[in-house]
Write a protein that binds this ligand. Structure first.
Ligand code: ASP
Length: 344
Protein backbone atom coordinates (compact mmCIF):
# COMPACT_ATOMS: atom_id res chain seq x y z
CA UNK A 1 0.00 0.00 0.00
CA UNK A 2 1.11 3.55 -0.63
CA UNK A 3 2.56 4.93 2.54
CA UNK A 4 2.64 8.70 2.62
CA UNK A 5 5.18 8.99 5.43
CA UNK A 6 7.66 6.69 3.77
CA UNK A 7 7.05 8.42 0.46
CA UNK A 8 7.87 11.81 1.96
CA UNK A 9 10.95 10.38 3.65
CA UNK A 10 12.21 8.85 0.42
CA UNK A 11 11.68 12.04 -1.55
CA UNK A 12 13.39 14.02 1.21
CA UNK A 13 16.43 11.79 1.08
CA UNK A 14 16.46 12.02 -2.67
CA UNK A 15 16.56 15.78 -2.52
CA UNK A 16 19.65 15.36 -0.39
CA UNK A 17 21.16 13.39 -3.21
CA UNK A 18 20.84 9.96 -1.63
CA UNK A 19 19.64 6.94 -3.48
CA UNK A 20 17.55 4.80 -1.19
CA UNK A 21 15.97 2.48 -3.68
CA UNK A 22 17.01 0.46 -6.60
CA UNK A 23 20.53 -0.66 -6.03
CA UNK A 24 21.34 -1.85 -9.48
CA UNK A 25 21.10 -5.58 -9.99
CA UNK A 26 23.34 -7.88 -11.96
CA UNK A 27 24.25 -6.21 -15.18
CA UNK A 28 23.90 -2.73 -13.84
CA UNK A 29 26.03 -3.08 -10.73
CA UNK A 30 29.35 -3.04 -12.44
CA UNK A 31 31.27 0.13 -11.83
CA UNK A 32 33.67 -0.11 -14.71
CA UNK A 33 32.53 0.02 -18.33
CA UNK A 34 31.92 -3.53 -19.43
CA UNK A 35 33.00 -3.13 -23.01
CA UNK A 36 32.07 -1.65 -26.35
CA UNK A 37 29.46 -3.26 -28.58
CA UNK A 38 27.85 -5.05 -30.04
CA UNK A 39 25.07 -4.86 -27.46
CA UNK A 40 21.31 -4.73 -27.87
CA UNK A 41 18.66 -4.19 -25.23
CA UNK A 42 14.93 -3.70 -25.47
CA UNK A 43 11.92 -3.14 -23.27
CA UNK A 44 9.56 -5.73 -21.79
CA UNK A 45 9.51 -9.48 -22.33
CA UNK A 46 8.86 -9.16 -26.07
CA UNK A 47 12.36 -7.71 -26.24
CA UNK A 48 13.87 -11.20 -25.95
CA UNK A 49 12.46 -12.16 -29.35
CA UNK A 50 13.05 -8.75 -30.88
CA UNK A 51 16.73 -8.87 -29.93
CA UNK A 52 17.22 -11.94 -32.12
CA UNK A 53 16.89 -10.29 -35.56
CA UNK A 54 18.73 -7.25 -34.20
CA UNK A 55 21.61 -9.48 -33.09
CA UNK A 56 21.81 -11.20 -36.49
CA UNK A 57 22.69 -7.78 -37.92
CA UNK A 58 25.03 -6.74 -35.12
CA UNK A 59 27.07 -9.93 -35.01
CA UNK A 60 27.80 -9.64 -38.73
CA UNK A 61 29.22 -6.20 -38.10
CA UNK A 62 26.06 -4.42 -39.26
CA UNK A 63 24.87 -0.99 -38.20
CA UNK A 64 23.11 -0.28 -34.92
CA UNK A 65 20.52 1.66 -36.94
CA UNK A 66 19.62 -1.40 -39.01
CA UNK A 67 19.53 -3.54 -35.88
CA UNK A 68 17.07 -1.33 -34.01
CA UNK A 69 14.80 -1.06 -37.05
CA UNK A 70 14.74 -4.79 -37.80
CA UNK A 71 14.43 -5.73 -34.13
CA UNK A 72 11.24 -3.83 -33.46
CA UNK A 73 9.80 -4.69 -36.90
CA UNK A 74 9.73 -8.23 -35.61
CA UNK A 75 7.46 -7.11 -32.76
CA UNK A 76 5.28 -5.06 -35.11
CA UNK A 77 4.73 -8.29 -37.06
CA UNK A 78 3.84 -10.40 -34.09
CA UNK A 79 0.22 -11.21 -33.40
CA UNK A 80 1.11 -12.16 -29.84
CA UNK A 81 2.17 -8.68 -28.84
CA UNK A 82 0.12 -5.56 -28.44
CA UNK A 83 2.39 -3.49 -30.71
CA UNK A 84 1.42 -2.76 -34.31
CA UNK A 85 -1.82 -3.27 -36.20
CA UNK A 86 -2.96 -6.14 -33.96
CA UNK A 87 -3.02 -3.83 -30.94
CA UNK A 88 -5.89 -2.29 -29.03
CA UNK A 89 -7.71 0.53 -30.83
CA UNK A 90 -8.51 4.04 -29.65
CA UNK A 91 -11.88 4.69 -28.05
CA UNK A 92 -13.44 5.13 -31.51
CA UNK A 93 -12.26 1.70 -32.61
CA UNK A 94 -9.26 2.68 -34.79
CA UNK A 95 -5.69 1.44 -34.27
CA UNK A 96 -3.32 4.42 -34.45
CA UNK A 97 0.43 3.93 -34.32
CA UNK A 98 3.44 6.02 -33.26
CA UNK A 99 7.14 5.29 -33.85
CA UNK A 100 10.55 6.96 -33.80
CA UNK A 101 14.14 6.17 -34.65
CA UNK A 102 17.46 7.96 -34.05
CA UNK A 103 21.03 7.24 -35.11
CA UNK A 104 24.52 8.12 -33.89
CA UNK A 105 24.66 11.37 -35.84
CA UNK A 106 21.51 12.98 -34.41
CA UNK A 107 19.54 11.96 -37.48
CA UNK A 108 16.02 11.14 -36.39
CA UNK A 109 12.57 10.45 -37.79
CA UNK A 110 9.12 9.84 -36.37
CA UNK A 111 5.51 9.17 -37.28
CA UNK A 112 2.47 9.66 -35.10
CA UNK A 113 -1.25 8.92 -35.39
CA UNK A 114 -0.49 6.67 -38.35
CA UNK A 115 -3.26 4.28 -39.44
CA UNK A 116 -3.33 1.07 -41.53
CA UNK A 117 0.43 0.81 -42.08
CA UNK A 118 2.13 -2.31 -40.76
CA UNK A 119 5.61 -1.01 -40.03
CA UNK A 120 5.57 2.50 -38.58
CA UNK A 121 9.22 2.14 -37.54
CA UNK A 122 10.28 1.82 -41.18
CA UNK A 123 8.13 4.80 -42.15
CA UNK A 124 9.87 6.75 -39.37
CA UNK A 125 13.23 5.77 -40.84
CA UNK A 126 12.11 6.94 -44.29
CA UNK A 127 11.00 10.27 -42.78
CA UNK A 128 14.51 10.55 -41.36
CA UNK A 129 16.28 9.58 -44.56
CA UNK A 130 14.05 10.92 -47.31
CA UNK A 131 12.51 14.13 -46.03
CA UNK A 132 13.90 17.32 -44.56
CA UNK A 133 11.58 16.78 -41.56
CA UNK A 134 11.66 14.87 -38.31
CA UNK A 135 7.99 13.97 -37.85
CA UNK A 136 4.95 13.31 -40.02
CA UNK A 137 1.53 12.65 -38.52
CA UNK A 138 -1.88 11.26 -39.43
CA UNK A 139 -3.08 11.42 -42.99
CA UNK A 140 0.14 13.05 -44.17
CA UNK A 141 2.22 10.27 -42.66
CA UNK A 142 -0.02 7.69 -44.30
CA UNK A 143 0.20 9.41 -47.69
CA UNK A 144 3.98 9.51 -47.37
CA UNK A 145 4.09 5.81 -46.44
CA UNK A 146 1.97 4.86 -49.46
CA UNK A 147 4.13 7.00 -51.75
CA UNK A 148 7.14 5.12 -50.34
CA UNK A 149 5.58 1.79 -51.30
CA UNK A 150 4.11 0.69 -47.96
CA UNK A 151 0.84 -1.23 -48.39
CA UNK A 152 -2.39 0.25 -47.01
CA UNK A 153 -3.68 -2.58 -44.84
CA UNK A 154 -7.40 -3.25 -44.31
CA UNK A 155 -8.82 -1.69 -41.15
CA UNK A 156 -9.67 -4.76 -39.13
CA UNK A 157 -9.12 -5.33 -35.44
CA UNK A 158 -7.29 -8.47 -34.38
CA UNK A 159 -9.42 -11.02 -32.51
CA UNK A 160 -7.82 -10.13 -29.19
CA UNK A 161 -8.21 -6.40 -29.77
CA UNK A 162 -11.85 -6.81 -30.84
CA UNK A 163 -12.58 -8.76 -27.66
CA UNK A 164 -10.79 -6.20 -25.48
CA UNK A 165 -12.55 -3.31 -27.23
CA UNK A 166 -16.00 -4.90 -26.87
CA UNK A 167 -15.24 -5.43 -23.21
CA UNK A 168 -14.11 -1.82 -22.80
CA UNK A 169 -17.21 -0.54 -24.63
CA UNK A 170 -19.45 -2.10 -22.01
CA UNK A 171 -18.37 0.57 -19.55
CA UNK A 172 -16.60 3.03 -21.85
CA UNK A 173 -14.88 4.47 -18.80
CA UNK A 174 -13.45 7.57 -20.27
CA UNK A 175 -13.77 11.09 -18.97
CA UNK A 176 -12.57 13.91 -21.09
CA UNK A 177 -9.29 15.30 -19.74
CA UNK A 178 -10.84 18.76 -19.89
CA UNK A 179 -13.47 17.63 -17.38
CA UNK A 180 -11.25 15.80 -14.95
CA UNK A 181 -7.74 15.82 -16.25
CA UNK A 182 -5.77 14.44 -13.33
CA UNK A 183 -8.31 11.77 -12.65
CA UNK A 184 -8.33 10.87 -16.31
CA UNK A 185 -4.59 10.62 -16.56
CA UNK A 186 -4.14 8.57 -13.44
CA UNK A 187 -7.16 6.36 -13.42
CA UNK A 188 -8.43 6.47 -16.97
CA UNK A 189 -7.74 4.06 -19.78
CA UNK A 190 -4.16 5.16 -20.27
CA UNK A 191 -1.55 2.43 -20.50
CA UNK A 192 0.24 0.74 -19.04
CA UNK A 193 -2.60 -0.31 -16.80
CA UNK A 194 -2.33 -2.94 -14.14
CA UNK A 195 -3.99 -6.20 -15.08
CA UNK A 196 -5.97 -8.26 -12.58
CA UNK A 197 -3.02 -10.59 -12.16
CA UNK A 198 -0.90 -7.60 -11.10
CA UNK A 199 1.15 -7.40 -14.32
CA UNK A 200 1.37 -4.25 -16.38
CA UNK A 201 -0.40 -4.13 -19.70
CA UNK A 202 1.75 -2.27 -22.21
CA UNK A 203 1.77 -1.48 -25.88
CA UNK A 204 5.32 -0.53 -26.74
CA UNK A 205 8.73 -1.83 -27.61
CA UNK A 206 11.83 0.35 -27.37
CA UNK A 207 15.29 -0.82 -28.40
CA UNK A 208 18.86 0.46 -27.96
CA UNK A 209 21.88 -0.94 -29.80
CA UNK A 210 25.60 -0.37 -29.99
CA UNK A 211 27.36 -1.81 -33.03
CA UNK A 212 30.94 -3.03 -33.34
CA UNK A 213 32.09 0.49 -34.21
CA UNK A 214 30.70 1.70 -30.89
CA UNK A 215 27.89 3.64 -32.59
CA UNK A 216 24.53 3.89 -30.87
CA UNK A 217 20.97 3.92 -32.25
CA UNK A 218 17.49 3.71 -30.75
CA UNK A 219 13.98 2.84 -31.92
CA UNK A 220 10.53 2.84 -30.39
CA UNK A 221 7.17 1.70 -31.78
CA UNK A 222 3.76 1.64 -30.11
CA UNK A 223 0.02 1.59 -30.52
CA UNK A 224 0.01 4.14 -27.73
CA UNK A 225 -2.48 3.26 -25.09
CA UNK A 226 -5.58 1.18 -25.49
CA UNK A 227 -8.89 3.05 -25.84
CA UNK A 228 -7.14 6.39 -25.83
CA UNK A 229 -8.84 9.57 -26.96
CA UNK A 230 -8.78 9.82 -30.75
CA UNK A 231 -5.71 11.79 -31.83
CA UNK A 232 -3.82 11.17 -28.58
CA UNK A 233 -0.07 10.86 -29.09
CA UNK A 234 2.26 9.77 -26.29
CA UNK A 235 5.98 10.05 -25.73
CA UNK A 236 7.15 7.30 -28.07
CA UNK A 237 7.38 9.36 -31.28
CA UNK A 238 8.65 12.48 -29.49
CA UNK A 239 12.43 12.68 -29.90
CA UNK A 240 13.86 13.56 -26.49
CA UNK A 241 10.89 12.14 -24.59
CA UNK A 242 10.37 8.57 -25.84
CA UNK A 243 13.94 8.14 -27.03
CA UNK A 244 17.20 9.98 -27.40
CA UNK A 245 20.72 9.22 -28.63
CA UNK A 246 23.91 11.19 -28.22
CA UNK A 247 26.72 9.02 -29.52
CA UNK A 248 29.32 10.71 -27.31
CA UNK A 249 27.29 10.03 -24.19
CA UNK A 250 24.59 7.37 -24.41
CA UNK A 251 21.07 6.44 -25.46
CA UNK A 252 17.79 5.98 -23.65
CA UNK A 253 14.30 4.77 -24.44
CA UNK A 254 11.17 5.09 -22.30
CA UNK A 255 8.01 3.09 -21.81
CA UNK A 256 4.97 3.66 -19.68
CA UNK A 257 2.61 6.52 -19.28
CA UNK A 258 3.72 8.80 -22.09
CA UNK A 259 2.22 11.97 -20.66
CA UNK A 260 4.50 11.69 -17.63
CA UNK A 261 7.56 10.91 -19.73
CA UNK A 262 6.94 14.01 -21.85
CA UNK A 263 6.63 16.20 -18.72
CA UNK A 264 10.30 15.55 -17.86
CA UNK A 265 11.65 15.17 -21.42
CA UNK A 266 12.46 11.69 -20.15
CA UNK A 267 14.96 10.11 -22.54
CA UNK A 268 16.99 13.24 -23.20
CA UNK A 269 17.11 14.04 -19.48
CA UNK A 270 18.55 10.57 -18.79
CA UNK A 271 21.20 11.12 -21.47
CA UNK A 272 22.02 14.59 -20.13
CA UNK A 273 22.52 13.16 -16.64
CA UNK A 274 24.93 10.58 -18.08
CA UNK A 275 26.77 13.49 -19.71
CA UNK A 276 27.05 15.07 -16.27
CA UNK A 277 28.70 11.96 -14.86
CA UNK A 278 25.91 9.65 -13.68
CA UNK A 279 26.10 6.09 -14.87
CA UNK A 280 23.01 4.90 -16.81
CA UNK A 281 21.51 3.27 -13.71
CA UNK A 282 21.81 6.44 -11.64
CA UNK A 283 20.46 8.53 -14.51
CA UNK A 284 17.36 6.33 -14.96
CA UNK A 285 16.72 6.37 -11.20
CA UNK A 286 17.03 10.13 -11.02
CA UNK A 287 14.51 10.77 -13.77
CA UNK A 288 12.03 8.27 -12.32
CA UNK A 289 12.45 10.07 -8.99
CA UNK A 290 11.75 13.37 -10.72
CA UNK A 291 8.47 11.98 -12.05
CA UNK A 292 7.59 10.72 -8.58
CA UNK A 293 8.31 14.13 -7.09
CA UNK A 294 5.96 15.67 -9.64
CA UNK A 295 3.19 13.08 -9.33
CA UNK A 296 3.51 12.57 -5.56
CA UNK A 297 0.90 10.11 -4.22
CA UNK A 298 -0.51 9.72 -7.71
CA UNK A 299 2.68 7.85 -8.65
CA UNK A 300 1.11 4.72 -7.26
CA UNK A 301 -1.23 4.56 -10.24
CA UNK A 302 1.24 5.04 -13.07
CA UNK A 303 4.06 3.04 -14.51
CA UNK A 304 7.06 4.55 -16.29
CA UNK A 305 10.36 2.79 -17.02
CA UNK A 306 13.61 3.72 -18.75
CA UNK A 307 16.43 1.67 -20.21
CA UNK A 308 19.75 3.34 -20.98
CA UNK A 309 23.07 2.41 -22.57
CA UNK A 310 26.16 4.58 -22.24
CA UNK A 311 28.74 5.07 -24.96
CA UNK A 312 31.00 2.92 -22.74
CA UNK A 313 28.58 0.01 -22.91
CA UNK A 314 27.18 0.41 -19.38
CA UNK A 315 23.51 -0.49 -18.96
CA UNK A 316 20.87 0.89 -16.60
CA UNK A 317 17.16 0.63 -16.04
CA UNK A 318 14.63 1.78 -13.47
CA UNK A 319 10.83 1.82 -13.18
CA UNK A 320 8.24 3.32 -10.87
CA UNK A 321 6.69 -0.08 -10.11
CA UNK A 322 7.90 -3.68 -10.14
CA UNK A 323 6.95 -5.71 -13.17
CA UNK A 324 9.13 -4.09 -15.79
CA UNK A 325 11.82 -6.19 -17.47
CA UNK A 326 14.22 -5.57 -20.29
CA UNK A 327 15.95 -8.00 -22.62
CA UNK A 328 19.74 -7.83 -22.91
CA UNK A 329 21.99 -9.45 -25.50
CA UNK A 330 25.69 -9.34 -26.19
CA UNK A 331 28.18 -11.89 -27.50
CA UNK A 332 28.22 -13.70 -24.13
CA UNK A 333 24.63 -13.72 -23.00
CA UNK A 334 21.00 -13.23 -23.73
CA UNK A 335 18.71 -12.65 -20.79
CA UNK A 336 15.62 -11.00 -19.45
CA UNK A 337 16.59 -8.65 -16.63
CA UNK A 338 14.10 -7.62 -13.97
CA UNK A 339 14.42 -3.89 -13.51
CA UNK A 340 14.61 -2.34 -10.07
CA UNK A 341 11.78 -0.01 -9.16
CA UNK A 342 10.87 2.76 -6.75
CA UNK A 343 7.95 0.90 -5.26
CA UNK A 344 8.74 -2.63 -4.18
N1 ASP B 1 4.71 5.14 -23.76
C1 ASP B 1 3.58 4.66 -24.54
C2 ASP B 1 2.62 5.81 -24.72
O1 ASP B 1 2.35 6.52 -23.78
C3 ASP B 1 2.85 3.51 -23.91
C4 ASP B 1 3.67 2.35 -23.38
O2 ASP B 1 4.89 2.44 -23.27
O3 ASP B 1 3.07 1.32 -23.06
O4 ASP B 1 2.07 5.93 -25.79
Amino acid sequence: MFNRRSFVRKVGMLSAGLTVQGAAAGLTQQKKPMKKGPIVLSTWDAGLEANVPAWVILEKGGLALDAVEQGVRHTENSINCCVGLGANPDRDGHVTLDASIMDHQHNCGAVAFLERIKHPISVARRVMEKTPHVMLVGEGAQQFAIAEGFALEPEKLSKAAQAAYSNWLEKSQYKSPSINRENQLDHGPFAPTRLQNGEWNHDTIGMLAMDQHGNLSASCTTSGTGFKMRGRVGDSPIIGAGLFVDNQVGACVATGQGEDVIRVAGASTVVELIRQGRNPQQACEEVIQRIIQIKKERSKDIQVAFIALSSQGEVGSFAIHPGFSFAYKDAQRSELVKAESWFK
